[in-house]
Structures are given as structure tokens and as C-alpha cells.
Design a protein around this ligand. Structure first.
Ligand code: DLL
Length: 432
């Protein structure tokens, strides 16, 4: 049930000592090998050899996605290209993509960390693992593939897309673990139903989902439809890819691989540490990466640490599921809300389907938000009265639970675009 118990269950004091030593080594490495960091440290009068405690990390500057873009493509690599054996890049939905590299050793570390995440989520060498993440510059496919091979599972590198074929292969190859985004899992579940396949004829036991925010209700929905145990796992290409953190079978927060990543939570406005237990932006410093170390990388992801030790025995700190990215936060008449919170409310209303989209328009000085949600055919073709009732229920719940007032539109099944990768939950029509 553990992949590397000596690390995952390591005593906290010992862990902190290890983190400090690794941090010191990383800092002198980036100072020596990456002009960008050297310049920044020099400007601030920071001598990397003077870091005495982990808390001293707060004196170091943050690194942002813009810094990565400014140094496109290889400016932040800490080793010569001949030592780089793999290159990935982030999706770059906005602007230029960011490029990351791995040495041979980095790939080994990465595989091990993904192996930890898989093991914690129940996967063993006896499993048949279907990887329905894209195999591409995106880190999802290859990252999980290497981890699954590392533990000795039988890996099906099917990549994303071609859902009917995914399902046929799932049946024929007796897949026991499905790995993809939660929104793709939800599409696969619906397609299984539509194809008239009896779910009990499949061998699925586990689902490991990540790469985008999802709600607890969505987890329940997927678990019920696919009859699996679904866990959440988190990572980002700038830091490594998948393998940064993942849930154990307790399914109550994601264990962070702290012996490889030093994590902080800061207030995104003041950049000061948030008080214990509060939500903040996750900031990550890599402790062991060779080709592409990052110092205090601002992830833009909002979460909270769970201070209590997990009953599973791991001593690594857990983070709550990511609520969303600071850039995805909606401000609806002064109330801050994330799409995943809206999702949680929608999913708790009887009759809704797990497919929705949030459309933001500007009317005068105010943002107007319309939540479009798919409903079952029975409801869609039912009398007006029932539909109006459902709209009212959803509006009331959103208002009482999130304090937001929005328009709600029920739409027919399949109206909302399906995704085989990361879902686009917000359509922003404002010309800001
Ligand atoms: O999504 C890496 C990954 C692949 C993680 C497969 C897990 C599984 P990027 O494309 O660089 O890398 O996107 C990273 O996706 O900053 C978060 O905003 C979001 N994200 C990733 N995992 C989760 C998650 C991969 N479990 C960005 N929950 C991150 C919520 C997630 N958001």
C-alpha cells in the first residue's frame, strides 16, 4: 500500500532536515547554472549559501509563468541540452507555451513519484491500466505511463479520444484502472450507458483522475456510474507533471510528495503566508529536479493544507482538492466563486447531468452569469411546470449555498461540448 514507505511515512523532523539540505543544493545549482536566478538573487543581495532554515525561503523571489515565457524555450534549464532526455510543454491556452525538460535522473524520479500516487490509489502490478490522457507534449500521458510501468502494471497506452474504442478495449482487455481527466471519465461513463453495456461486465476497480478541478459530487457520480473507487491526483508541467500529489484510498485530501517539493501557501494579493488552515495560492519549490528546477513557483492554484495526520499512515501533508485557479475565479456581484463550487451545487440537484457551462456576459457595469446545465431527456421533454420548478430549485440552492444570483438555463443532453481532455467550464463573453 506504500511505494516508498521510508519516505512517505518519514518522521517530520527528519523530512525537514532532508528538505533543507536539498533546498540548499538546489539553490546553489540554480545560482551557478541559470543566469535568470543568479541575476534575481544578486539584485536582492541573496547569497544562496546563507540559507540556514526552511523559513528563509521566504526571502527568495517568486517565479511566475511569465518568467518561464520570457525565457522561452530553454532559458531556465539548469543543465546543457545534451543531458536532457525529454521535453514537454504546457498547453499554452493563453499566449506562448512554457517548455520543460527532464534529465535521465529526472525521469526516474518522476516515474517513482507517479508510482507512489498510483500505489496510494490502490493500483498494483496486478492491474491493467488504461491511460486515456493525451500522449503528447502534455505531461499526463507519458507521466502516468512511466509510473504505471514502474510498478509493473500492464499498461494500455491508448491516449485520449475515440471513446467507443476506449470502451471496447476496456471490455476486451479487462481494464481494472482508468486514468484520465474527470470530465473524460464522465463522458466515458455516459457512453457506456448509451452503448447499452452492462457495467458489471467490465473489470474496472479504480479510477485515477486529475489535471483539472472537479467537485466531490462529481466524484460520487463517477464512482456510482463506473462502480469504481475514484481518486484525485494533482500536478503541473512547470513543476514536473502528474506525481506532485495524490489521494490515498481515504479520499480525503492529496498527499504532497514533500521530499521532492517544498510547498507554501500564500495570499495571492499580499504574497504573505496565509494563517494555518486557510486557503491560499500554492507555491512550489522543486528540491530534486536537475534539468528544470523552479524556485517558489506560483501555481495560481488555490487550496488549503490539512494539518491532521492521515489514518493511512503517510506523514506527508495533504492538500484539499484544488478549488480552482486564481485566474478562473468568477466575481459575481462581488461574491468570489469557482466553477467547481457551482458544479458541486448543480450535481446535488436531482435531475441534472454532470455537464454544465458557465457563461459570463457584461450588461452595463455588471457581470451577468448564466449557468447552462444539461438535464435528463425525461425532464427536458416534460411539462414546462416541472422545468420551471427545477430552474427555481437550482437558483435557490446557488443562492443559499454560494450567495450568488445567476440565470439558469436547462439544456438538452449533449448540448454542451464534450471533452476528451480538460473541460472548458467558463465561456467569458466580456470584452475586458
Ligand atoms: O495537468 C499535469 C497532470 C496530468 C496532473 C495528469 C494530473 C494528472 P498542466 O497541463 O501543466 O499539467 O496543468 C496544470 O492543471 O496548475 C491546475 O490548475 C490544474 N490541475 C492539475 N491537476 C489538478 C487536480 C497537468 N487534480 C494545471 N485538480 C494545474 C484541480 C488540477 N486542478
Amino acid at each position: 500500500m506504500y511505494w516508498e514507505p521510508e519516505r512517505e511515512c518519514m518522521d517530520r523532523d527528519e523530512l525537514r532536515q532532508l528538505q533543507l539540505e536539498q533546498l540548499q543544493a538546489t539553490l546553489s545549482r540554480v545560482y551557478m547554472n541559470v543566469p535568470f536566478y543568479r541575476k534575481k538573487f544578486d539584485e536582492l543581495g541573496i547569497d544562496p549559501d546563507e540559507l540556514r532554515s526552511l523559513e528563509d525561503i521566504r526571502k527568495l523571489p517568486f517565479t511566475t509563468k511569465n518568467d518561464l515565457r520570457d525565457n522561452y524555450p530553454y532559458g531556465l534549464f539548469a543543465v546543457p541540452l545534451r543531458e536532457v532526455v525529454r521535453i514537454h510543454a504546457s498547453s499554452g491556452t493563453t499566449g506562448m507555451s512554457t517548455v520543460v525538460g527532464y534529465t535521465k535522473n529526472d525521469i526516474k524520479t518522476w516515474s517513482n513519484l507517479v508510482a507512489r500516487v498510483l500505489t496510494a490509489a490502490g493500483v498494483t502490478k496486478d492491474d491493467v491500466v488504461q491511460i486515456a490522457f493525451g500522449y503528447s507534449l502534455f505531461t499526463g500521458g507519458f507521466g502516468l505511463h512511466y509510473g504505471a510501468e514502474r510498478i509493473g502494471a500492464s499498461v494500455i497506452p491508448i491516449s485520449s479520444g475515440n471513446t467507443d474504442r476506449q470502451i471496447r478495449i476496456m471490455q476486451d482487455f479487462k481494464t481494472t484502472a482508468l486514468i484520465c481527466t474527470p470530465s473524460y471519465a464522465s463522458l466515458i461513463a455516459d457512453t457506456i450507458q448509451e452503448m447499452g453495456i452492462n457495467i458489471n461486465s467490465l473489470s474496472l476497480k479504480y479510477g485515477l483522475f486529475g489535471a483539472e478541478p472537479w467537485s466531490e459530487k462529481m466524484r460520487q457520480e463517477i464512482q456510482e456510474k463506473l462502480r469504481i473507487i475514484a481518486t484525485d491526483n494533482y500536478g503541473l508541467s512547470e513543476v514536473m507533471g502528474p506525481g506532485v500529489a495524490g489521494e490515498c484510498l481515504e479520499r480525503n485530501g492529496l498527499h504532497i510528495n514533500e521530499d521532492h517539493f517544498y510547498v507554501e501557501l500564500v495570499d495571492p494579493e499580499t504574497l504573505e503566508p496565509v494563517p494555518p488552515g486557510e486557503v491560499g495560492e500554492l507555491v512550489i519549490t522543486t528540491l530534486t529536479k536537475e534539468a528544470f528546477p523552479v524556485i517558489r513557483f506560483r501555481t495560481r492554484d488555490l487550496t488549503r493544507f490539512i494539518p491532521e495526520q492521515c489514518p493511512c499512515g503517510r506523514k506527508t501533508v495533504r492538500m484539499q482538492r484544488v478549488m480552482g485557479r486564481t485566474d478562473d475565479m468568477l466575481i459575481i456581484r462581488g461574491v468570489n466563486v469557482f466553477p467547481s463550487q457551482i458544479e458541486n451545487v448543480l450535481m446535488s440537484v436531482e435531475g441534472t447531468e454532470p455537464h454544465y457551462q458557465i457563461v459570463v456576459d457584461r450588461k452595463g457595469a455588471l457581470d451577468e452569469v448564466t449557468v447552462m446545465v444539461e438535464v435528463s431527456e425525461a425532464i427536458f421533454f416534460d411539462e414546462m411546470k416541472r422545468q420551471t420548478g427545477l430552474v427555481e430549485t437550482i437558483k435557490k440552492r446557488l443562492s443559499s449555498e454560494l450567495n450568488i444570483s445567476v440565470n439558469v438555463k436547462l439544456v438538452e443532453k449533449k448540448t454542451i461540448e464534450r471533452t476528451e481532455g480538460k473541460a472548458k467550464r467558463v465561456i467569458d463573453n466580456r470584452k475586458l
